[in-house]
Design a binder for this molecule. Structure first.
Ligand code: UDP
Ligand code: LCN
Length: 575
């Protein structure tokens, strides 16, 4: 009977479901209010497929983490798509539709893939039904393909062709337009802007970690930094993407508006000057309702408490013990002499901003800390010739220098190799078994997935007070903040903790349990997927309702793209 009245499928799977959707609509027609509108929009089956853009680095499912420009963003997207697909399937099913949603990750095809799968044009994402990675190469002006990895600072000249080819590949594969395009980081967001504009679909921006707040005064001194970093392209691209986007997802509040001591990533675009290039007066409005905080999670199949003995990957223990204490020197430096001491553990890409070398230096200088605990570092590779990244090479050399300067051979274990997720998950727990701690000493960390991974594994965590960890951790409750600019204080904080654990044997477990609770309550992918899909429905509707109003802004952004961005991108040397 409903069909005869003109209703199509999608109102609900059961009579109760259909009834409740119709009641919501009736309420809306009678007395519209934003709560009901939101509820109603959330139910309308509007999202069947999503395109996700992430061009730079090595985007793959194996052997990529720790390679240059390849870290949390890859982990984030792979976890995100699994959670999104599940939630999309659930929603479509509940609304009475038997349609399988699709998600496509568009990234760069890298013919020289360094033992990864990044040379493959297509790859299914494991643990999903209909999620795949499609890879599109970077091309020179003449159309020829570029084979090697290119730093994220130098991708600008290739993005126009990349976006065009990505759009065609996407349309061919889906057979229709996507319902949502999500960009990641500056390059992915610019590509998402190009594609969403042309296809007239909803655009979502995710920054992850913009460079503007990481490189101090990078707007003012852009000319000095231009040869290496090309911030003139990047900051212009950021401005375009964040303003064209229908909605923006951030992982924390301070990413938008900063904190007492630190300017927010987005806030830093509100007004700034790049001498002789541009003076920005209203770059972004941080009070704009397009901003939403939707924090990521930690994969609970991989990062779970060390106390869940039945789920532990015990078969990995020999490998882990070998990594920590074995005498292989192939990809490690240092041999821990006293294996009974608790472990201070840190893991990150070997970028300068991550400050792993700073942690080693402050440990090396602090006699008492050295006597109380060992230090284990996972990051980069120990051979600088294996790295093609200038900053990483510099950090590798510095790390070796620290070993020599402080004579750390018997106190510090530096593991330079790429660890699989399952292995790193069990490594966090192994260190928790030994009542160790995780330390994240970055000068600035936008969010910090390692922080929630460590906490979710039950490891007591000390993390930088600059950036996301300031919000993830409440100092002294779920973990501790440290100040990377004061190495000696940082080392003393760690030492004080170990000493307190000696006098109060329950202290370690109290903080560990509080950390576990915090992650379970605030940082889960299930929560993330529900929120992101609801926001897509709301902003999709809003875009439709306000299309005309936005035309002026869109034209202005288009002009900025063609007249400013493209001109600057043409100054970057072509590979
Ligand atoms: N990671 C890893 N091996 C490494 C370095 C990092 O597996 O050598 C993983 C780590 O577990 C985390 C991600 O890469 O999932 C890093 O994310 P985070 O947000 O901490 O930092 P990012 O690299 O994105 O700046
Ligand atoms: C990039 C970063 O630098 C991290 O701080 C984030 O956790 C990661 O992306 C995922 O968003």
């Amino acid at each position: 009977p409903l069909r005869r009245l003109g209703c199509g499928p999608g109102w609900g799977r059961s009579i109760e479901g259909i009834h409740s959707t119709m009641s919501l609509l009736a309420d809306l027609l009678e007395a519209p209010d934003h709560h009901n509108l939101e509820k109603f929009l959330r139910r309308i089956p509007m999202i069947f497929n999503i395109a996700i853009l992430s061009p730079h680095g090595f985007f793959g499912q194996k052997d990529v983490l720790g390679l240059p420009d390849t870290g949390g963003q890859v982990v984030y997207i792979l976890d995100q798509v699994r959670a999104l697909e599940k939630e999309m399937q659930k929603r479509l099913y509940n609304q009475g539709l038997d349609i399988a949603p699709q998600i496509i990750i568009l990234t760069r095809l890298l013919p020289e893939s360094r033992g990864t799968t990044c040379h493959l044009p297509e790859e299914d994402v494991s643990g999903t039904d209909q999620v795949k990675i499609l890879r599109i190469p970077f091309r020179r002006h003449d159309g020829s393909v570029i084979n090697q990895w290119i730093s994220r600072f130098e991708v600008w000249p290739y993005l126009e062709k990349f976006s065009r080819e990505a759009k065609l590949t996407l349309l061919r594969d889906l057979g229709r337009r996507p319902d949502l395009v999500i960009g990641n980081y500056s390059d992915g967001n610019l590509a998402a802007y190009r594609i969403a504009q042309e296809l007239e679909v909803t655009q979502c921006t995710i920054a992850h970690a913009l460079e503007k707040t990481k490189y101090l005064y990078s707007g003012l001194y852009w000319q000095e930094m231009e040869a290496q970093y090309h911030f003139s392209c990047q900051f212009t691209a950021d401005l375009i993407a964040m303003n064209s986007s229908d909605f923006i997802i951030t992982s924390t509040y301070q990413e938008i508006a900063g904190s007492e001591n630190v300017v927010g990533q987005y806030e830093s675009y509100a007004n700034f000057t790049m001498p002789d290039l541009q003076r920005i007066l209203h770059g972004i409005d941080v009070f704009d309702p397009r901003f939403n905080i939707v924090s990521p999670g930690a994969d609970d199949k991989v990062y779970f408490p060390h106390t869940r003995k039945e789920a532990r990957a015990t078969e990995l223990h020999p490998e882990i013990d070998n990594l920590l204490f074995g005498n292989s020197q192939d990809f490690c430096r240092g041999m821990l002499q006293d294996t009974e001491k608790p472990i201070i553990f840190s893991m990150a890409r070997l970028d300068r901003i991550k400050n792993l070398t700073g942690l080693v230096a402050c440990y090396g200088e602090h006699e008492e800390l050295r006597a109380s605990a060992n230090l284990v570092i996972v990051g980069g590779t120990i051979n600088p010739d294996e790295s093609g990244d200038l900053e990483e090479q510099e950090q590798i050399r510095l790390m070796h220098e620290m070993f020599d300067r402080y004579n750390l051979e018997n106190h510090v274990r530096w593991i330079g190799g790429r660890l699989e997720k399952r292995l790193s998950g069990e490594l966090y727990r192994r260190i928790a078994d030994l009542q160790g701690i995780f330390v994240q000493p970055a000068f600035f960390e936008a969010f910090g997935l390692t922080v929630i991974e460590a906490m979710a594994s039950g490891l007591v965590t000390f993390a930088t007070r600059y950036g996301g960890p300031l919000e993830i951790i409440e100092h002294g409750h779920y973990g501790f903040h440290i100040d990377p600019n004061h190495g000696n204080q940082m080392a003393t904080d760690l030492l004080n903790f170990f000493q307190k654990c000696k006098t109060e044997p329950e202290y370690w477990s109290t903080v560990s349990e509080a950390g576990l609770k915090r992650v379970a309550e605030r940082y889960t992918w299930e929560r993330y997927a529900k929120r992101l899909l609801s926001l897509t429905c709301i902003y999709g509707f809003w875009k439709y309702a306000t299309n005309l109003e936005r035309q002026g802004t869109n034209r202005y952004l288009e002009m900025l793209y063609h007249l400013q961005f493209k001109g600057r991108a043409a100054t970057v040397k072509e590979y």
